[in-house]
Design a protein around this ligand. Structure first.
Ligand SMILES: Nc1ncnc2c1ncn2[C@@H]1O[C@H](COP(=O)(O)OP(=O)(O)OP(=O)(O)O)[C@@H](O)[C@H]1O
Length: 295
């Protein structure tokens, strides 16, 4: 099974949101990583066949998804970033409605919904109106509707937005299990949410895919660029001005442990750290760039 993205572009007036993207997605969890405005949502909407590309095409096992119509929709699950819930529906009624839309066999619908609500710890919310749910619960209802038809391809735009730490862990476990022989594409800028479950990552910046690889392959780019050291707490403001500090933790005796990015050690007692995906992300997307991509 393969989803092939061939020279996909999307132009909005003078803005190229997606710029000649080529990517071949195979079964596994794919992390689509990029700052705000990188083009992730636009790319996902085209993969969902909701938005028409300006040029290029998406093929599922060699077939153009746009010509597959219902056949594609039946094997596809999508969690959009902005989710238009039917707020007056109860969770159960809403999921039954989606199941009907997606041609889930009526015989199995109830069982399927109950089992999903259980897995996503939503059983207690089953008969509550969606309007009454917390943001994290609504997101989980969104996840439930996306997987209701057991999709072969699951695309989720920022699925962990609004989830608390416990919910994030459960989400990761759920996706790891679910992704077996399926293509799961997850966009996020919360890198730690996919770091340990993504079999591959695609890094997107300014509409282009900069790099594709496993986490281990990708983080090689920042080997020798991540440092940790201990500095006196009263010197921290000075270091904050001079260094790209990505993490800091208070220690005993008025000291602070800092983790920073630099081509070479900038503070005398610095020790080279093993890079993580988040370090690479911050290296590629310095905070100042976040949100500026659209300019
Ligand atoms: N309908 C539209 N009309 C005009 N410009 C758009 C439209 N949709 C997206 N854009 C622009 O295209 C670029 C990519 O947007 P997109 O939402 O795909 O990025 P993103 O990586 O998903 O960002 P975020 O994480 O903030 O959702 C941005 O500059 C955005 O302003």
């Amino acid at each position: 099974m393969e989803l092939t993205i061939e020279h996909l572009s999307k132009q909005f007036k003078d803005k190229t949101a997606v710029d000649d993207v080529c990517l071949s997605l195979t079964p596994g969890v794919w992390g689509l990583i990029g700052a705000n405005g990188a083009g992730k949502t636009t790319l996902m909407l085209m993969i969902a066949d909701i938005m028409k590309p300006t040029s290029g095409r998406v093929l599922y096992d060699g077939k153009n998804i746009h010509t597959m119509g219902e056949e594609y929709r039946n094997l596809f699950g999508f969690l959009p970033q902005e989710f238009g819930f039917f707020h007056d529906f109860t969770v159960k009624d809403y999921l039954e409605y989606v199941a009907a839309l997606k041609d889930v066999p009526t015989k199995t619908t109830r069982k399927k919904i109950d089992s999903l609500l259980d897995t996503l710890t939503l059983s207690d919310a089953k008969n509550k109106k969606i309007v009454k749910l917390s943001g994290g619960m609504r997101r989980r209802v969104g996840i439930a509707q996306a997987v209701l038809n057991d999709p072969k391809i699951l695309v989720m735009d920022e699925p962990t937005a609004g989830l608390d730490p416990g919910e994030r862990v459960r989400f990761r476990n759920f996706i790891s299990e679910f992704s077996h022989s399926r293509i799961v594409l997850i966009s996020t800028h919360i890198v730690s949410d996919i770091e340990y479950i993504a079999t591959q990552n695609a890094i997107m910046k300014a509409g282009k895919i900069l790099d594709v690889g496993t986490t281990d392959e990708l983080v090689k780019q920042v080997v020798g660029k991540v440092w940790t050291c201990i500095v006196p707490a009263d010197k921290l403001p000075m270091y904050e001005m001079q260094l790209r500090i990505i993490n800091q933790r208070g220690e005993d005796n008025n000291q602070v442990s800092i983790r920073y990015l630099a081509d070479e050690p900038k503070v005398s007692n610095s020790v080279m750290a093993s890079p993580r995906l988040e370090d690479l992300y911050l290296w590629l997307f310095p905070q100042d760039d976040i949100g500026k991509e659209e300019k």
